[in-house]
Design a protein around this ligand. Structure first.
Ligand code: NAD
Length: 251
């Protein structure tokens, strides 16, 4: 699709989907700013990608860090065109199993961080010719799966935020969309197998059989949809959510 001379911020860059996304963006010519809580993981990414990637460690739930990330992209690479709100955390449990901390962290990482970073990015994009934001939501935000109350609620709100922001900022040539994957073969999915005491290989094979297209998504299959939404090829698409599920229905 070609992202030559584009500058992107990616959150959750050390995760299964995030690593693949960063690799693709860089291989297609973009310069990428990443962030994370752990400075050593950030430094490793800088080592791997040299002058095409710059990391700023910090807390994406903090307003000041979100503003600093946008300033960093502008100072280091001369602008900001693409934002991927991809970081996510998945506390597990029904209402009675969900502590205040689980609830707060689900909303802070999956929703509030995306709001604060989008707000900071939009402030820059609206006076610099526009831009594109892609949020990693979830099919579970549309059709909640069992016993993940805080996660499903946060992703559902992220979907509403995407639609609302997409509408508000279209006149400023800022496109805002989301992908909604079902299961993706990443550490997040595998942590669920561990949580339930399942053998990961066997559980993955069984899950493959539940997907009409025949297999649980690989990160690249989600990244391809994210890159479409970030690219010129989707230039008339905004305020939408794209289900990338292999036709697996949650209900
Ligand atoms: P992952 O666990 O491999 O990656 C999650 C990333 O989010 C990591 O880089 C992690 O460091 C980051 N993160 C978590 N908590 C954070 C915090 N407090 N502050 C900053 N960063 C934090 O999982 P993944 O599958 O690559 O997840 C990427 C996105 O895809 C998430 O938003 C997730 O909800 C979404 N998603 C995943 C699946 C799936 O089955 N794997 C399905 C639907 C949606």
């Amino acid at each position: 699709m070609g992202f030559n001379s584009k500058v992107a911020i990616v959150t959750g860059a050390t995760g299964g989907i995030g690593q693949q996304l960063v690799a693709q963006l860089i291989s297609q010519g973009a310069k990428v700013v990443v962030t994370g809580r752990d400075a050593s993981s950030c430094a490793l990414l800088e080592e791997r990608y040299g002058d095409r990637l710059s990391a700023l460690a910090g807390d994406i739930t903090a307003t000041e860090h979100c503003q600093a990330l946008v300033e960093h992209a502008v100072q280091r690479f001369g602008g900001l065109h693409l934002l991927f709100n991809n970081a996510g955390t998945i506390p597990r449990g029904t209402a009675i199993e969900t502590s205040d901390e689980m609830w707060d962290s689900a909303l802070a990482v999956n929703l509030t961080a995306a709001f604060k970073l989008s707000r900071a990015a939009i402030e820059h994009m609206r006076s610099n010719g526009g831009g594109t934001i892609v949020n990693t939501a979830s099919a579970w935000g549309l059709y909640p799966g069992p016993a993940h109350l805080a996660y499903c609620t946060a992703k559902g709100a992220l979907i509403a935020m995407t639609r609302s922001m997409g509408r508000d900022h279209a006149t400023q040539q800022i496109r805002i969309n989301a992908v909604c994957p079902n299961e993706v073969d990443t550490p997040m999915l595998r942590s669920g197998f561990e949580y339930r005491g399942l053998d990961a290989k066997k559980a993955l094979r069984e899950l493959d059989n539940t997907v009409p297209l025949g297999h649980v998504a690989q990160p690249q299959e989600i990244v391809d949809a994210m890159l479409f939404l970030a690219s010129e090829q989707s230039r008339y698409v905004t305020g939408t959510v794209l289900e990338v599920t292999g036709a697996k229905a949650v209900y």
